[in-house]
Design a protein around this ligand. Structure first.
Ligand SMILES: Cc1cc2nc3c(=O)[nH]c(=O)nc-3n(C[C@H](O)[C@H](O)[C@H](O)COP(=O)(O)O)c2cc1C
Length: 363
């Protein structure tokens, strides 16, 4: 497997399996002088950490991050990046490999068990091995650094649909997102989501979700035409997250149903003399280049495939059988995908910020 790196100038390489001794990453290309501490990275990891409510897996993964390299104390005593590769590591501490003995020879429908074995002829079945979303903890850790590369950048995400239940967008309130176990921006949806997911969980089933990521204060000019589009790399980054089945930018799939008049984001001159767009169907990107508007992306996460309900499958010896996956699985992995989506968008924007600066000298 050789595709473990993502990004151009700012490049993350991750390593490790779910039940190995540790997972880690190297973030290369980060400029020097960016203030960062383990505690700061940890705040983002804590958002992704499981076991925080009954709606996520009860696996106990403290995900304590250690910085091994690339950060040093500056003359003012602050921990800053040095411009050398930043190496981060998290020890795996709550492995229960016996939970997975049933899937040793059976393929979970909807999971990567069959394709990994077909491709490599060998498979670390414990916790899904490399196909486990444990790997995404390192993206969140690297994303905590990436978001500091672009001055003033904020990248936030929220769950906008749980199973078939979408939020009421008129109620959108960012302050609500950290006040409930779903990262839901609509207070009015929380109770019904809780009842819905309780039912799903008690039935041993699972459901999907849609997450919206919004990046504010993205300078205009990031991204390149044709093969280096900002939206192209955002789509790639989000699609690389486990269980993601759809990505859209701005109006996305909905743009197909709009007329040209409805879709056009009309432009006026704002009080500051800068262009002021009257709407944002483009999701802040035109011709692959950021317009200065908020960058908006959404991604759909499928239902967790490890479910208790028995499903028809086959085993590694060519027999038809059934599988019911026990163990500690999230009833909706979309919830914990929220900070992961933020991290991927931050990594892409920071990468393009550095590319733009390298090519044009502008920042
Ligand atoms: C945060 C997160 C946690 C996940 N946890 C589980 C899990 O506990 N059980 C499971 O079957 N799948 C889980 N997944 C999804 C699998 O990793 C994913 O479905 C699998 O690797 C196959 O890849 P694909 O769905 O992208 O095709 C999780 C995904 C995310 C984003």
């Amino acid at each position: 497997m050789s595709h473990n790196s993502f990004g151009h100038l700012l490049r993350i390489t991750t390593w490790g399996e779910s039940h190995g001794s540790a997972i880690g990453c190297v973030l290369d290309g980060c400029p020097p002088g960016i203030e960062i501490t383990e505690a700061e990275i940890q705040t983002y990891l804590d958002k992704r950490r499981p076991g925080q409510s009954r709606y996520t897996t009860q696996r106990k993964e403290p995900d304590t991050v250690k910085i091994l390299s690339g950060v040093f104390e500056d003359d003012d005593g602050k921990q800053v990046t040095t411009g050398t590769p930043i190496s981060l590591v998290i020890e795996n501490v709550d492995q229960r490999s016996k939970d997975y003995s049933e899937i040793k020879d059976k393929f979970r429908p909807g999971h990567a068990d069959y394709t990994y074995l077909e491709k490599y002829g060998i498979r670390d079945y414990r916790g899904g091995g490399r196909s486990s979303a444990r790997e995404t903890a390192m993206r969140v850790a690297a994303g905590a650094i990436a978001r500091k590369v672009v001055p003033g950048l904020t990248v936030r995400a929220a769950l906008v649909q749980l199973g078939p239940h979408a939020i009421n967008r008129d109620n959108w309130d960012w302050d609500q997102v950290d006040q409930n176990p779903f990262f839901c921006p609509d207070h009015g949806s929380v109770q019904s989501w809780a009842s819905y997911l309780d039912g799903i969980r008690k039935n041993g089933s699972s459901c999907g979700a849609v997450i919206e990521v919004v990046a504010d204060s993205v300078p205009a000019g990031l991204g390149a035409p044709i093969y280096g589009k900002l939206d192209q790399d955002i789509a790639s980054g989000l699609m690389s997250i486990n269980a993601v089945k759809g990505v859209e930018i701005g109006a996305g799939m909905g743009a197909a149903a709009l007329t040209g008049e409805e879709n056009a984001d009309e432009i006026r001159i704002g009080k500051d003399g800068k262009p002021e767009f009257q709407s944002n169907n483009a999701g802040g990107i035109l011709g692959g280049i950021s317009s200065g508007q908020p960058v908006v992306a959404r991604f759909a996460v499928k239902p967790t495939s490890s479910i208790l309900t028995p499903r028809k499958t086959i085993d590694a010896h060519g027999n038809e059988t059934e599988i019911s996956t026990k163990g500690r699985h999230d009833p909706c992995v979309g919830i914990r995908a929220v900070p992961i989506g933020e991290a991927m968008v931050a990594l892409v924007i920071a990468d393009h910020y550095l590319l733009h600066r390298a090519q044009t000298g502008k920042s």
